[in-house]
Design a protein. Sequence first.
Length: 399
Amino acid sequence: MSTSPSRCLSDWRELSTRTCSSSISAGIHCVTFQPTPGTPNKDRFVAQEWDIDGQQWKFLAILDGDCTAEYSATALPGRIEAELRGVVERYKRRFGRSRETFIKRIYYFDKEIGDAVKELCPDPSLLDDEQARNLIDAHREVFQRAYCGSTLAVALLDNERNHLWIAGLGDSTVGLTYTSPDGYGDGERLLTLHSTHTPSEYFTILMRHPTTEKKTIIQDEPLGDYTLKFESIYTSKLFFKLAGRTEDFLTSIQANNKTPPYIMNVPDTRYIDLAPLRHRNPTLVLFTDGVDVIVDGETLVSKNERHTLDPAVVVGKLLGREIDSGYAQETIGHDVEVNWMGSSENRNRATEFLGNLMAGTSKETFASFLGPAERGEWDNSLCFDDTTILLYDLQASQS
């Protein structure tokens, strides 16, 4: 394939598709993307189907973080599935308690991450430097997943696709997109983002602490991140010895961590009755904040000025069978093409959507995102946030 900037659009699309990691599992279309050379993709996702009492349940999750995301993506789904099996067995088809299952299991899962540290070291003040290093070396994974953090967005869907339970921690998104009879799309965010960029969230956190702590660092990743949940001595004695954060960050935590916790591990949850929405042709969508970054025009390769649009609405508009060219140009700075991967039902709709969101029909924008890495010209002034998208069609006719 030619590496010339003048290559054709289909070549750029092929390159972007090869750069993505894409899959379709249990009818769930998944894509994750990080083109920066030498930069590992820290997003994780889960797309599973569970057979519970003869009924097929769909479970979707995305996590944006570090080793905490890796650990949670591996361990948390099984915990939720086991909890759900118990609920179904006890209450049969009365699923009202499924929301409680989410809250309980996610809260205690995160609590276990912190409890594991305190079981190993109830009082860090008793350790000298050598003892602390030896303890970390012997149990590095336990300390690492408590030290790092991850966002979480999950969705649970029953066999008939009439009942949807969702939960979220952090700034990853769960949404529904809709398609009108004339083919145009729309979308809505279903949960409040747990982020200091959300005014109500910022106010809630501030009200828990003295006014003198308004400048305290508050992160957006509520799973793990125990530097902001434990007393500062855990940071100075233990977490400070783990790589991954700047010394300025850790110094700030030591100086400002007066009344922890500063982030909470109680998820925002919601139940949605999908039956009344069936006529709107709904699609379930989960995505990490890499999508927000593109929509907001924050990528340094983007030509757009920063926007204040709701990414869930933009996603819905771009997933329609018909897309207003003027809207696309205004919001993301380029035109898009519906079904550019073809009309096959086997095409990955998440990958197709990401291509439209990132560059659409613009060879110049594709070249900005993908060209420097391919030519070995990437530098630190160019960045692209990890981006993960899951799509699941909620139409009753789908198998």
